[in-house]
Design a protein around this ligand. Sequence first.
Ligand code: DCT
Ligand code: MG
Length: 401
Amino acid sequence: ALWAWLRGSGLRDVSRLQVLDISWFTDSMREGRPVTVETSHCIPVREPVVSLSVGGHFPDVLEELAENSEFNESKGPCLAFRRAASVLKSLPSAVHCLGAIQGLPCLGEHTKAVMEEILIFGRSFKVEEVQSDERYQALKLFTSVFGVGPKTAEKWYRRGLRSLKEILAEPNIQLNRMQRAGFLYYRDISKAVSKTEAKALRSIIEETAHWIAPDSILALTGGFRRGKEYGHDVDFLLTMPEMGKEEGLLLRVIDRLRDQGILLYCEHQGSTVDMSKLPSRRFEAMDHFEKCFLILRLEEGQMERDEGLQKDPGESRGWRAVRVDLVAPPVDRYAFALLGWTGSRQFERDLRRFARKERGMCLDNHALYDKTKKLFLPATSEEDIFAHLGLEYVEPWQRNA
Ligand code: DCT
Ligand code: MG
């Protein structure tokens, strides 16, 4: 039955596959689930002519290795795996054979070794070792809670805690307000946000901002501006066309969202922008604009017609919680903030590196500074910033890698 299914599955050269384990197949058949073939189930007998679906998963695998390096505070390998994942994401098609890796930039020795293992054997022992590591599993789980960073996760792990249940049951653990919200809405906010949900939130926030200030400007940023279908949160920039008029606007928007009963959580940070301290020499972990990290309640009724919330079958609560970031730069910093908050993180990192190394300029979310001429370069649009850097404009959808 398995061979018959494999032959009908559209995979090329089925005869070259050696099946290692068929429990995945028999289990799916018994439970009436659709059958999906994974590389760990089969290995190619000779040269890897058959690619299965692994090619599309290389960036995910490398992201996992990057995350593991991050947990081990190995900055170099972490960056190397992230950069390699970005290169693979930018390829027009997935890598299916060893030849396709040759000549690709930014693939280090470790990355190549892992990819070769997967392409030849259909699995990587290094990746499996990481995935089954108890510490990696615990840190990944703990940092999936909103408000929990690697340091806190490590502290909990060292106390012998391994599950979210154990953390909640531990009387000596004091969760902060953000972490309490993270646990309270854990299921909702660990579920991907869809483009439709992001659009619905955009309408709600835009309506709220316009009710307060009709000429306020709201822009969708982050992954959704880059055209992604799903994200872990929704990011927005909010500003006013006249300098200084943005002051106080964000707090009024927050109050209004609270009055509407849709504000589930809010952490507001005031602006700490100090132009005299710019440009910052180090890569900014976070910019200094006024901002808020929110959890909003999105009602099913607020979605476009025919579009439901992303929900588990059988779950009909009628609303979900969504993580939203709202950043309020003054209008003269808007283009820099838009470029910075559009991401991706890797794109921003590389753009800043290019500015520094190739142009002798400092770029961050606030400004572009020419170190040779010792002056700040003004910009009212992203196009202006690319032009200052002597680069062709790169559309947001081309910044995903
Ligand atoms: N950013 C930044 N400074 C930070 C955090 C983020 O400049 N401290 C930028 C880089 C990406 C962008 O803001 C949005 O951040 P995320 O929401 O984390 O990334 P995303 O690309 O929107 O990914 P996702 O789709 O998962 O939300
Ligand atoms: Mg985002």
